[in-house]
Design a protein. Structure first.
Length: 317
């Protein structure tokens, strides 16, 4: 079995990925700022404490361990960053980008997987699902940060023929207990009331954390040549309707009254909102009323060759 280094290993996503790797009998080299309770008492699991910009520690890890694959989840929202992305965090990610991929390639790592975001895409004009080759226009701090990570990775991979690389563009994630991204789509950021337009029959594309973990495991097992290198949209099969979000959180969490609204006034006022909105740029979960009913969907056909994406609101755990 492979030895896999996972950065951001103690975050929400990182723990699920590490757990899946251990179940498949891989050796896990876990790296994060600090350990969690998950680190205790596990065989085939070794933890190293290191910040993303800690080049010296990473160099020591690669010197000590024989690593077959790297899954880079650090500097990611819902894994080890909060929803507000600061300039400091962007710089820390940039420093990591400058050495991590070069270091992995120099040590002849066979596969490298990097977590990115669907926020790098431009808002589509039509209703077609967004494909990996569609226009990009990162606006938020998080999108810009991940776009820079993608470009750094691509630059380091450009002249390398024997390394298989994967960039995963992932929309907001959820689990049975983690509702924050779902809730943000039905919460007015101004007055914090819960609402839906009319009956809530419009949707958003999310990614169950278990679908993301499954894709990582399947790609590590199945990707067998540099032709597998590329960008992949990793998301649930279908949109989640606003009405489904209300029912899901009502059943599995705490949800107050939900108001019904007419979208006309909200959308019109959003069109004329101030440009360069600071909250929109820094807050990963910022709700843009002008796009709320667009039903933007991501084409996952490319990623589906590796993973069935079997998880959704009805069966997430």
């Amino acid at each position: 079995m492979a030895t896999v280094l996972v950065t951001g290993a103690c975050g929400l996503i990182g723990e699920k990925v590490c757990s899946g790797l251990l179940k498949k009998h891989h050796e896990v080299i876990a790296v994060d700022h600090a350990p969690s309770a998950y680190n205790e008492g596990k065989e085939h699991y070794r933890f190293y404490a290191a910040a993303p910009h800690d080049k010296t520690t990473y160099m020591g890890i690669f010197e000590k361990e024989r690593i077959d694959a790297v899954v880079h989840l650090a500097c990611s929202v819902d894994n080890d960053l909060g929803p507000i992305i600061t300039e400091k965090q962007m710089e820390e990610s940039h420093v990591c980008d400058k050495f991590l991929f070069k270091l992995a390639i120099s040590k002849e790592v066979e596969k490298i997987m990097v977590l990115s975001t669907t926020q790098v895409y431009a808002i589509p004009e039509g209703r077609e699902p967004i494909r990996e080759g569609d226009d990009e226009k990162p606006v938020t701090n998080y999108a810009k940060m991940k776009s820079e990570t993608e470009h750094a990775f691509a630059a380091d991979m450009r002249h390398i023929k024997n390394v298989i690389g994967c960039i995963m563009r992932v929309p907001p994630v959820y689990t049975l207990e983690m509702h924050d991204n779902l809730l943000a789509k039905i919460t007015d950021p101004k007055d914090h009331t819960n609402f839906v337009y009319r009956t809530g029959e419009y949707g958003f594309h999310f990614c169950c954390v278990h679908n993301l973990a499954d894709f990582i495991l399947c790609y590590l097992r199945q990707a067998d040549s540099p032709s597998c290198t590329g960008v992949y949209n990793v998301a649930d099969k279908n949109l989640i309707m606003a009405s489904e979000i209300v029912n899901f959180i009502s059943k599995n969490g705490r949800l107050g009254p939900v108001l019904q609204r007419n979208p006309g006034k909200d959308i019109l006022s959003s069109i004329f909102k101030f440009k360069n909105n600071k909250e929109e740029k820094t807050n990963y979960r910022y709700l843009d009323f002008s796009t709320i009913t667009r039903n933007t969907m991501y084409d996952t056909n490319k990623a589906s060759r590796y993973c069935p994406f079997r998880w959704d609101l009805s069966n997430t755990k």
